[in-house]
Ligand binder design. Structure first.
Ligand code: PLP
Length: 406
């Protein structure tokens, strides 16, 4: 991608539409180079990777393994063997729960999650606790979305086997103190599972510096394709874990009675892999490196500040979480007095402003904060001041259009 110009021009859909796309936390738009990389895979090296010995298949395997190396660098993992390709964050977290969780958590143990977890990082742990007889405990947050480590410490003890926490909340946008929580987990002998779905699009994520034993993210939220996700896992842990899915590609040898599984990471990649998706993810990570987190963060902060300052001028609008734009990572979840979030979403859509409305797959958090549902605008570096102003203009007319008068 040519980066000598306005980044927005790299995104074909944004160029082809006049809607204000403010739902990037749900899925980001893709730059042209990601679409090109997928097409290039199918037009130049499409063959089943890891199966054939002929040149096309070798090229497909190379594209796939190069993508793995790019992810390793992106996360600063020690080895490419620690990078498992999955479909998305949800599958990655299920892999950890089914494989690590069910083998290591026993009755009487405890699994600690935060109240901020997306259902993808909650339901798998509910399953583990249900099946093993372990207890699920919750780290709660303060009304501004911050986490008080003094309240976390007593929750993590000798019974704790797993601590699972999102690095950035998809509702509040706030970054959690993962490194400190990981230290508490490790001191108790537990593993630290990190949901990186909302952090990887916005900040450098270093699994070693964080002390993450596992970290999951989705390609489609980091400007890559849908259907490709990542699980990072510490090698010593992955080596001891049983496969999550079994079948083709993940074996060394098979007899009538049993099988010897393949080495890492292939043990966790049963069946034909999404090599084109991996190639697209590789292009997306290269693209992010070219733009740079510095540029992305500066832009996202400017736009978030503009949106939050504008919303604060509208008396019936309430933003969840911190009142500091720096704490939001482009995510602004809000309510409007007397207007149901689904009406907010529909009225904004009629004005060409695309946002999210509902429970954001984080129902326990919304219940804890006292809102059955909310509206969420989420900003990426490719958004514009004009789009934020359209959001504000539309939000400022909401109550009047719902019949409340001026
Ligand atoms: N975790 C968080 C924090 C998310 O925001 C999301 C998606 O919105 C997910 C997990 C699930 O991601 P996916 O649907 O790609 O599996």
């Amino acid at each position: 991608c040519n980066m000598e110009r306005d980044h927005r021009r790299d995104f074909p859909l944004l160029m082809n539409t006049d809607v204000a796309y403010l739902d990037s936390a749900a899925t980001a738009q893709r730059p042209r180079c990601v679409l090109d990389a997928e097409e290039k895979f199918y037009t130049t090296c499409n063959a089943n990777p890891l199966r054939g010995l002929y040149p096309l298949s070798i090229a497909a395997t190379e594209a796939y393994e190069n993508a793995r190396e790019a992810v390793r660098k992106f996360l600063n993992a020690a080895s490419a063997k620690e990078i498992v390709f999955t479909r998305n964050t949800s599958e990655s977290l299920n892999l950890v729960a089914y494989s690590y969780g069910l083998s290591n958590v026993k009755a009487g143990d405890e699994v600690v999650v935060s109240i901020m977890e997306h259902h993808s990082d909650l339901l798998p742990w509910q399953m583990v606790c249900r099946q093993t007889g372990a207890k699920l405990r919750f780290i709660e947050c303060e009304p501004d979305g911050s986490v008080d480590l003094n309240k976390v410490e007593p929750l993590i003890g000798s019974r704790t086997k797993v601590v699972a926490m999102t690095q950035v909340s998809n509702v509040l946008g706030r970054e959690n103190p993962i490194r400190q929580v990981a230290e508490l987990a490790h001191r108790a002998g537990a593993v630290m599972v990190v949901d990186g779905a909302q952090s990887t699009p916005h900040m450098p994520v270093d699994v070693q510096a964080l002390g993450a034993d596992f970290l999951a993210f989705s390609g489609h939220k980091v400007y890559g394709p849908m259907g490709i996700g990542v699980l990072y896992g510490r090698k010593e842990l992955l080596e001891k874990m049983p496969p999550f899915l079994t079948g083709g590609e993940m074996i060394e040898s098979v007899t009538r009675e049993g099988a010897v599984y393949a080495e890492l990471p292939h043990k966790f990649e049963a069946g034909t892999v999404n090599a084109a998706g991996a190639a697209g993810l590789h292009a997306a990570l290269d693209y992010m490196a070219q733009v740079g987190f510095g540029t992305m963060q500066r832009r996202e902060l400017e736009l978030t500040r503009r949106a939050m300052e504008g919303m604060k001028q509208i008396p019936y609008v309430h933003i969840l979480g911190s009142d500091q734009p720096e704490d939001h990572h482009g995510i602004i979840t809000f309510t409007v007095d007397g207007v149901h979030p689904h009406d907010i979403g529909q009225i904004l859509a009629a004005d060409g402003v695309n946002i999210r409305a509902g429970h954001h797959c984080a129902q326990p958090l919304l219940a804890y904060l006292g809102h059955p549902s909310t509206a969420r605008a989420s900003i990426a570096f490719y958004n514009t001041e004009g789009e934020i102003d359209r959001l504000l203009a539309s939000v400022s007319t909401l109550r009047e259009r719902m019949g409340y008068g001026k």
